[in-house]
Design a protein around this ligand. Structure first.
Ligand code: C2E
Ligand code: MG
Ligand code: MG
Ligand code: MG
Length: 287
């Protein structure tokens, strides 16, 4: 390969990298602006009990209402927010907004908030949660923090200590996307999560006799033995719900019961069902 050719290839890569960096910088600046200008929103998705199909809680899910690009899904900006540290002010905003909102919905038993590993590792995270609860007037028992097992990958002992401090505040801890990480079982001995959220990928393929059914059965067997509640994510079909109920899964969440929706819409769901009635789509559901 000639020297000239080598230089050409090098220049090509450099241009490619510069372009990528530019795009990233532009998105970062745009996200920073979005936070300042109030383009971020929270949507709320119902969580129901499999036994009785009662509304038992909601998960807060972030949305970016971009003036030009329209609604942007979290998968498209949360990773960048994590890389740049923007997730810290964004996460603060999410926590504050969800707690205030839930404080205004006394009939709602519980609000679940996703916490990024980056946020979790910030010094003072526990104090911040305590302050947010105090400021919003939300009882700690009504807040559930959803974490992923990647939080426990490094500095495990330190991370477990933070979880214990959070638990001492009275908030509950849910393990999100269970089954997709590396060490799903080992840490369950070290920390008793309040809830396991079975990842959507297992629910999606759920039908009699499938591998996913066997895995879900095993996860439920284990969570029951440990006294941990389970929530199945991404329930879209009545048949999936029937199987989950049979296996003793306590809670479900998914399009079958409601998509993530704006606060005003979710307020109507609470008004109709929050005091013990069945959850919307569920009315079609045979008992
Ligand atoms: P997650 O916490 O596992 O949230 C569940 C995702 O599944 C949500 O996607 C929800 O809209 C979607 N979903 C719920 N039911 C169904 C269903 O029946 N079928 C299908 N196909 N999908 C369903 P979303 O809102 O796009 O969020 C994606 C991920 O982004 C979340 O996964 C979470 O990891 C992250 N995320 C969302 N909001 C926040 C936040 O405020 N902070 C942080 N750190 N991460 C967030
Ligand atoms: Mg979640
Ligand atoms: Mg999940
Ligand atoms: Mg997820």
């Amino acid at each position: 390969r000639s020297k000239e050719e080598g230089r050409g290839i090098f220049r090509f890569f450099q241009e490619e990298m510069n372009l990528r960096l530019l795009k990233r910088k532009a998105l970062e600046a745009d996200l920073r602006r979005a936070l300042a200008e109030g383009e971020l929103r929270l949507h709320y998705q119902p969580q129901v009990s499999t036994d009785g199909l009662r509304l038992v809680g909601a998960e807060a899910l972030i949305r970016w209402q971009h003036p030009v690009r329209g609604d942007i899904r979290p998968d498209q900006f949360i990773p960048l927010a994590e890389e740049t540290g923007l997730i810290v002010p964004i996460g603060d905003w999410v926590m504050r907004t969800a707690c205030r909102q839930a404080a205004g919905w006394p009939e709602l038993r519980r609000i679940a908030v996703n916490v990024s590993p980056v946020q979790f590792r910030q010094p003072g995270f526990v104090a911040k949660v305590r302050e947010t609860l105090a400021e919003s007037g939300l009882a700690a028992s009504r807040l559930e923090l959803e974490i992923t097992e990647s939080i426990l990958l490094n500095d495990t002992e330190e991370m477990l200590a933070i979880l214990a401090e959070l638990r001492a505040l009275g908030v509950s801890i849910a393990m999100d996307d269970f089954g997709t990480g590396y060490s799903s079982l080992g840490y369950l001995r070290k920390f008793r999560f309040d809830k396991i959220k079975i990842d959507r990928s297992f629910v999606r393929n759920l039908s009699g006799g499938s591998d996913s059914a066997a895995i879900i059965r095993a996860v439920l067997g284990m969570s029951h033995a440990l006294g941990i509640r389970s929530n199945a994510e991404g329930v879209e079909e009545a048949e999936q719900m029937a199987l989950l109920g049979q296996e003793g899964c306590e809670e479900a969440q998914g399009f079958l019961f409601g998509r993530p929706m704006p606060a005003e819409e979710f307020a109507a769901v609470i008004a109709a069902h929050g005091t013990g009635g069945h959850c919307q789509a569920v009315e079609r559901w045979p008992k």
